[in-house]
Design a protein around this ligand. Structure first.
Ligand code: ZN
Length: 242
Protein backbone atom coordinates (compact mmCIF):
# COMPACT_ATOMS: atom_id res chain seq x y z
CA UNK A 1 0.00 0.00 0.00
CA UNK A 2 1.47 3.33 -1.06
CA UNK A 3 0.98 6.13 1.43
CA UNK A 4 3.70 8.66 0.64
CA UNK A 5 4.53 10.64 -2.48
CA UNK A 6 6.84 13.22 -3.97
CA UNK A 7 5.21 15.53 -6.52
CA UNK A 8 7.21 17.23 -9.27
CA UNK A 9 5.75 20.67 -8.74
CA UNK A 10 6.43 23.64 -11.02
CA UNK A 11 3.62 25.95 -9.96
CA UNK A 12 1.71 25.38 -13.20
CA UNK A 13 -1.83 24.16 -13.79
CA UNK A 14 -0.84 20.56 -14.47
CA UNK A 15 1.49 20.03 -11.53
CA UNK A 16 -0.94 21.78 -9.17
CA UNK A 17 -3.65 19.34 -10.29
CA UNK A 18 -1.16 16.50 -9.71
CA UNK A 19 -0.51 17.84 -6.23
CA UNK A 20 -4.25 17.89 -5.48
CA UNK A 21 -4.44 14.32 -6.80
CA UNK A 22 -1.61 13.26 -4.47
CA UNK A 23 -3.13 15.05 -1.46
CA UNK A 24 -6.45 13.31 -2.00
CA UNK A 25 -4.77 9.92 -2.28
CA UNK A 26 -1.70 9.77 -0.02
CA UNK A 27 -1.03 10.43 3.66
CA UNK A 28 2.23 12.33 3.32
CA UNK A 29 3.09 14.44 0.28
CA UNK A 30 6.24 16.44 -0.39
CA UNK A 31 7.01 18.63 -3.39
CA UNK A 32 10.11 19.26 -5.48
CA UNK A 33 10.84 22.05 -7.94
CA UNK A 34 13.77 22.62 -10.24
CA UNK A 35 15.41 25.97 -10.71
CA UNK A 36 17.32 25.87 -13.98
CA UNK A 37 17.90 29.50 -14.59
CA UNK A 38 14.48 29.98 -16.10
CA UNK A 39 14.10 33.34 -17.66
CA UNK A 40 10.96 33.67 -15.65
CA UNK A 41 11.34 33.43 -11.95
CA UNK A 42 7.63 34.09 -11.89
CA UNK A 43 7.31 30.27 -11.91
CA UNK A 44 9.37 29.87 -8.77
CA UNK A 45 7.26 32.53 -7.05
CA UNK A 46 4.00 30.99 -8.28
CA UNK A 47 4.80 27.62 -6.73
CA UNK A 48 5.25 29.15 -3.25
CA UNK A 49 1.98 31.08 -3.56
CA UNK A 50 0.11 27.96 -4.69
CA UNK A 51 1.49 25.94 -1.74
CA UNK A 52 0.47 28.66 0.73
CA UNK A 53 -3.02 28.96 -0.77
CA UNK A 54 -3.55 25.19 -0.74
CA UNK A 55 -2.55 25.05 2.94
CA UNK A 56 -4.89 27.89 3.78
CA UNK A 57 -7.91 26.94 1.68
CA UNK A 58 -7.85 23.14 2.08
CA UNK A 59 -7.63 22.29 5.78
CA UNK A 60 -8.02 18.55 5.17
CA UNK A 61 -4.98 18.58 2.87
CA UNK A 62 -2.80 20.95 4.88
CA UNK A 63 -1.59 18.38 7.48
CA UNK A 64 -0.53 16.00 4.68
CA UNK A 65 1.46 18.60 2.79
CA UNK A 66 5.06 18.28 3.96
CA UNK A 67 8.37 19.82 2.95
CA UNK A 68 8.96 21.61 -0.32
CA UNK A 69 12.36 21.10 -1.95
CA UNK A 70 14.01 23.21 -4.64
CA UNK A 71 16.97 21.78 -6.53
CA UNK A 72 19.33 24.00 -8.46
CA UNK A 73 19.61 22.76 -12.04
CA UNK A 74 21.51 25.67 -13.55
CA UNK A 75 23.61 22.97 -15.25
CA UNK A 76 20.80 22.58 -17.79
CA UNK A 77 21.66 26.00 -19.16
CA UNK A 78 25.19 24.70 -19.83
CA UNK A 79 24.10 21.73 -21.92
CA UNK A 80 21.28 23.23 -23.93
CA UNK A 81 20.17 26.43 -25.53
CA UNK A 82 16.43 26.82 -25.31
CA UNK A 83 13.92 29.59 -25.00
CA UNK A 84 13.40 28.51 -21.37
CA UNK A 85 17.00 29.04 -20.31
CA UNK A 86 18.17 31.73 -22.72
CA UNK A 87 16.76 34.99 -23.88
CA UNK A 88 15.30 33.85 -27.18
CA UNK A 89 11.80 33.80 -28.61
CA UNK A 90 9.66 30.70 -28.65
CA UNK A 91 9.57 28.93 -32.03
CA UNK A 92 9.14 25.52 -33.62
CA UNK A 93 12.37 23.80 -34.70
CA UNK A 94 12.92 21.76 -37.87
CA UNK A 95 12.72 18.64 -35.67
CA UNK A 96 9.03 19.39 -35.10
CA UNK A 97 9.71 20.12 -31.44
CA UNK A 98 9.41 23.58 -29.90
CA UNK A 99 12.63 25.32 -28.86
CA UNK A 100 11.50 25.03 -25.24
CA UNK A 101 12.57 21.38 -25.52
CA UNK A 102 15.58 20.56 -23.35
CA UNK A 103 16.71 17.08 -24.43
CA UNK A 104 16.21 14.59 -21.61
CA UNK A 105 15.10 17.20 -19.10
CA UNK A 106 12.42 14.97 -17.60
CA UNK A 107 14.84 12.06 -17.32
CA UNK A 108 17.06 14.26 -15.19
CA UNK A 109 14.10 15.56 -13.15
CA UNK A 110 12.90 12.03 -12.42
CA UNK A 111 16.37 10.76 -11.50
CA UNK A 112 16.88 13.61 -9.03
CA UNK A 113 13.33 13.23 -7.71
CA UNK A 114 13.94 9.51 -7.13
CA UNK A 115 17.20 10.24 -5.27
CA UNK A 116 15.35 12.76 -3.11
CA UNK A 117 12.43 10.34 -2.58
CA UNK A 118 14.96 7.71 -1.49
CA UNK A 119 16.38 10.03 1.17
CA UNK A 120 12.93 11.23 2.30
CA UNK A 121 11.41 7.72 2.37
CA UNK A 122 8.73 8.53 -0.23
CA UNK A 123 7.32 5.73 -2.37
CA UNK A 124 5.50 7.30 -5.29
CA UNK A 125 6.77 9.95 -7.70
CA UNK A 126 3.91 11.99 -9.19
CA UNK A 127 4.47 13.92 -12.40
CA UNK A 128 2.15 15.86 -14.71
CA UNK A 129 3.55 14.56 -17.99
CA UNK A 130 0.94 14.15 -20.69
CA UNK A 131 0.79 12.55 -24.14
CA UNK A 132 -2.62 13.90 -25.05
CA UNK A 133 -2.29 17.49 -26.17
CA UNK A 134 1.22 18.51 -25.30
CA UNK A 135 4.02 19.40 -27.65
CA UNK A 136 5.23 15.87 -28.31
CA UNK A 137 8.18 15.91 -25.92
CA UNK A 138 9.58 12.36 -26.10
CA UNK A 139 10.60 12.44 -22.43
CA UNK A 140 6.92 12.90 -21.44
CA UNK A 141 5.65 9.75 -23.13
CA UNK A 142 4.11 6.84 -21.31
CA UNK A 143 6.74 4.39 -22.60
CA UNK A 144 9.50 6.69 -21.33
CA UNK A 145 7.85 6.83 -17.89
CA UNK A 146 7.57 3.03 -17.73
CA UNK A 147 11.23 2.68 -18.73
CA UNK A 148 12.27 5.26 -16.12
CA UNK A 149 10.26 3.51 -13.40
CA UNK A 150 12.12 0.29 -14.16
CA UNK A 151 15.54 1.95 -14.51
CA UNK A 152 15.20 3.91 -11.26
CA UNK A 153 13.85 0.93 -9.34
CA UNK A 154 16.73 -1.27 -10.52
CA UNK A 155 19.42 1.40 -10.28
CA UNK A 156 18.48 2.44 -6.72
CA UNK A 157 17.36 -1.04 -5.61
CA UNK A 158 14.06 0.37 -4.40
CA UNK A 159 10.60 -0.12 -5.84
CA UNK A 160 9.41 3.20 -7.22
CA UNK A 161 6.03 3.90 -8.68
CA UNK A 162 5.80 6.75 -11.19
CA UNK A 163 2.23 8.05 -11.07
CA UNK A 164 1.09 10.08 -14.10
CA UNK A 165 -2.52 11.15 -13.49
CA UNK A 166 -2.60 13.40 -16.58
CA UNK A 167 -1.00 11.06 -19.12
CA UNK A 168 -4.18 10.54 -21.18
CA UNK A 169 -6.07 13.62 -20.05
CA UNK A 170 -6.56 16.74 -22.20
CA UNK A 171 -6.55 20.27 -20.82
CA UNK A 172 -10.34 20.52 -20.52
CA UNK A 173 -10.38 17.29 -18.52
CA UNK A 174 -7.50 18.61 -16.38
CA UNK A 175 -9.69 21.57 -15.31
CA UNK A 176 -12.54 19.13 -14.60
CA UNK A 177 -10.21 16.83 -12.63
CA UNK A 178 -9.11 19.75 -10.46
CA UNK A 179 -12.75 20.58 -9.82
CA UNK A 180 -13.59 16.99 -8.85
CA UNK A 181 -10.55 16.64 -6.56
CA UNK A 182 -11.34 19.92 -4.82
CA UNK A 183 -14.96 18.95 -4.35
CA UNK A 184 -13.88 15.68 -2.78
CA UNK A 185 -11.82 17.63 -0.22
CA UNK A 186 -14.86 19.58 1.01
CA UNK A 187 -18.20 20.83 -0.37
CA UNK A 188 -17.52 23.87 -2.53
CA UNK A 189 -13.86 22.92 -2.81
CA UNK A 190 -14.25 22.23 -6.53
CA UNK A 191 -14.91 25.80 -7.54
CA UNK A 192 -12.37 26.89 -4.94
CA UNK A 193 -9.57 24.79 -6.43
CA UNK A 194 -10.42 25.88 -9.99
CA UNK A 195 -10.30 29.51 -8.82
CA UNK A 196 -7.00 28.94 -7.01
CA UNK A 197 -5.46 27.39 -10.14
CA UNK A 198 -6.82 30.17 -12.35
CA UNK A 199 -5.51 32.93 -10.12
CA UNK A 200 -2.20 31.61 -8.83
CA UNK A 201 -0.70 28.98 -11.15
CA UNK A 202 1.56 29.98 -14.01
CA UNK A 203 2.04 28.24 -17.36
CA UNK A 204 2.77 31.04 -19.86
CA UNK A 205 6.12 30.60 -21.67
CA UNK A 206 6.47 34.38 -21.89
CA UNK A 207 6.21 34.80 -18.10
CA UNK A 208 3.35 37.26 -18.52
CA UNK A 209 1.52 38.11 -15.27
CA UNK A 210 0.00 41.36 -16.50
CA UNK A 211 -2.84 40.09 -18.69
CA UNK A 212 -5.68 38.45 -16.77
CA UNK A 213 -8.06 36.24 -18.76
CA UNK A 214 -10.97 34.01 -17.67
CA UNK A 215 -8.42 31.16 -17.52
CA UNK A 216 -5.73 33.06 -15.61
CA UNK A 217 -2.67 35.18 -16.34
CA UNK A 218 -0.59 34.92 -19.52
CA UNK A 219 0.35 36.44 -22.86
CA UNK A 220 -2.55 34.58 -24.48
CA UNK A 221 -0.62 33.69 -27.64
CA UNK A 222 2.18 31.27 -26.69
CA UNK A 223 1.38 27.52 -27.06
CA UNK A 224 1.05 27.07 -23.28
CA UNK A 225 -1.49 29.90 -23.04
CA UNK A 226 -3.35 28.62 -26.11
CA UNK A 227 -3.71 25.14 -24.62
CA UNK A 228 -4.76 26.47 -21.23
CA UNK A 229 -7.32 28.88 -22.76
CA UNK A 230 -8.76 26.30 -25.15
CA UNK A 231 -9.09 23.71 -22.38
CA UNK A 232 -10.76 26.23 -20.11
CA UNK A 233 -13.32 27.17 -22.77
CA UNK A 234 -14.23 23.53 -23.35
CA UNK A 235 -14.32 22.88 -19.60
CA UNK A 236 -16.66 25.84 -19.04
CA UNK A 237 -18.94 24.51 -21.76
CA UNK A 238 -19.33 21.11 -20.14
CA UNK A 239 -21.66 20.38 -17.23
CA UNK A 240 -19.85 20.38 -13.91
CA UNK A 241 -20.40 17.23 -11.91
CA UNK A 242 -20.63 17.70 -8.18
ZN1 ZN B 1 1.75 32.81 -22.83
Amino acid sequence: MHTTALVLFSGGQDSTTCLAHALSRFERVETVGFDYGQRHHVEMTARLTVLAELRQQFPTWAPKLGDDHVLDLAVLGQVSETSLTRDMAFQMESTGLPNTFVPGRNLLFLTLAAALAYRRGLQVIVTGVCETDFSGYPDCRDDTMKAMQLALSLGMDKRYLIDTPLMWVDKAATWQLAHDLGERAHPGGGAQLVDLITEHTHTCYAGDRTHRHAWGYGCGVCPACELRAKGHTVYRGTPIST
